[in-house]
Design a binder for this molecule. Structure first.
Ligand code: FAD
Length: 384
């Protein structure tokens, strides 16, 4: 079967889904293709939950994008009647040496984001279930929270399909050399003919464009744990616990309250080893469990022996510093690459969709930080 459209969006993770949605809303004809299915278990967008917070240290661009995205997520949920955002608040736990959080507090305060600073004593009093001996102060973003990730992407794809986007399943065969791409063939035997092709393939981008991206996007293995909270203990539910980021700890732990009875979610944000999104093993080993237990013993003693009720292995698709990649292919003039979410991209799906639509439909100004030219092969993560 051959489909013809204005825009072919390849990859139905959060970036591709929002891009397809925004393009379709702008009146274009769109085909959305995914190798497996929207927010499938291998995709970076597939987790149960993702944090949406406004603070980005001194980085105003991503703060503004988070603000914009939260508005768009919320209005999408209101329109569709889905309840997929939990305004739990997001707490940054900090110490005196932590310039990042101090700069962030200044910036979010100036931007009118509702937040509150806590002294070390306040933190201990308000959240006695947490033990942070290294914490000197904290900042609570009051209106930030948690997006139900997989379900949000699937709801968005459903919405855009209802609005006329064509959804196909099958892997796009990587484009060959040339000046212009006329069609993409899929492993399911279909062909998509489009004016413009947008590859929003997350951690798969280096497989599709190895000559450009093999050393510019590096997927890493990231492990997530859900802990069973003791029956009757409400201290780890959203009413009593925000999302929190133990920001100055070298492993960068973060945790989400027990939402929808799934368990208390905890993970380490430091980059894991390299990972293959198609075939990498998603089973967690004993060393990781031991590492988690030792963290719990020190910082959340009530849960140090809590049962692990679920684990997930996902992958970050990192650029060298954490900035996104949104740019035209340097040779194929009608091909765009959208990705490099780098462990913080989910929340920004709506802003990415708007930005890509403005670039490809109206040729609006490009943000230099997203360019291919700005992507280096070294690793120096500065954006969290
Ligand atoms: C453990 C973990 C925790 C995270 N926490 C947060 C958080 O709290 N907040 C936050 O904002 N971000 C977070 N992130 C980051 C965020 O989830 C990602 O940046 C974001 O989901 C990336 O989305 P994407 O659409 O670029 O990629 P993906 O979701 O991976 O989507 C890519 C899609 O492309 C498809 N595809 C690949 N190759 C092909 C092909 N050849 N043909 C057709 N389709 C193809 C895949 O099947 C897939 O569905 C986290 C990530 C992980 C792994």
């Amino acid at each position: 079967m051959t489909k013809t459209c204005d825009f072919a969006v390849i990859g139905a993770g959060v970036f591709g889904a929002w891009t397809a949605h925004c393009l379709r809303q702008s009146g274009a004809s769109v085909v959305l293709l995914d190798a497996y299915s929207p927010a499938n278990s291998r995709a970076s967008s597939a987790g149960e939950t993702r944090v949406i917070r406004m603070g980005y240290g001194p980085d105003e661009l991503y703060m503004r994008w988070s603000m914009r995205s939260l508005r768009l997520w919320r209005s999408f949920f209101t329109k569709t009647g889905e309840d997929l955002f939990h305004p739990t608040g997001v707490l940054w736990i900090s110490n005196d040496d932590d310039l990042y959080t101090r700069q962030m507090f200044d910036l979010v305060s100036k931007a009118g984001i509702s937040c509150e600073a806590f002294s070390a004593e306040d933190l201990r009093r308000r959240w006695p279930q947490l033990v942070f001996e290294d914490a000197m102060w904290g900042v609570l973003e009051k209106e930030s929270g948690v997006l139900m990730a997989r379900r949000s992407v699937q709801a968005l794809v459903k919405e855009t399909v209802n609005n006329g986007t064509d959804l196909l399943t099958g892997a796009a065969v990587p484009p060959r050399d040339g000046r212009k791409l006329s069609e993409v063939r899929t492993t399911a035997g279909d062909a998509i003919s489009a004016d413009t092709f947008i590859f929003a393939c997350g951690p798969w981008l280096p497989k599709l464009f190895p000559e450009l991206l093999a050393d510019r996007i590096f997927p890493t293995r990231q492990e997530v744990f859900f802990l069973g909270v003791p029956a009757g203990n409400n201290d780890f539910r959203a009413a009593k616990m925000p999302v929190w980021l133990h920001h100055m700890h070298p492993d960068r732990p973060y945790a989400l309250p027990d939402i929808e009875g799934r368990g208390f979610k905890i993970a380490f944000d430091r980059h894991g080893p390299e990972f293959d999104p198609d075939n990498g093993s998603r089973v967690i080993g004993q060393a990781s469990i031991d590492h988690l237990r030792s963290y719990l013993k020190q910082h959340i003693p009530v849960l140090q022996d809590a049962p692990i009720v679920e684990t997930r292995v996902c992958q970050y698709e990192n650029t060298w510093d954490g900035d996104f990649l949104i740019d035209r292919h340097p040779e194929l003039e009608n091909v765009w690459m959208v990705g490099g979410g780098s462990g913080h991209g989910f929340k920004h799906g709506p802003a990415v969709g708007e930005y890509v639509t403005a670039r490809v439909m109206r040729n609006e100004a490009a943000e230099p930080r997203f360019s291919l030219a700005s992507k280096q092969a070294t690793r120096n993560r500065v954006i969290y």
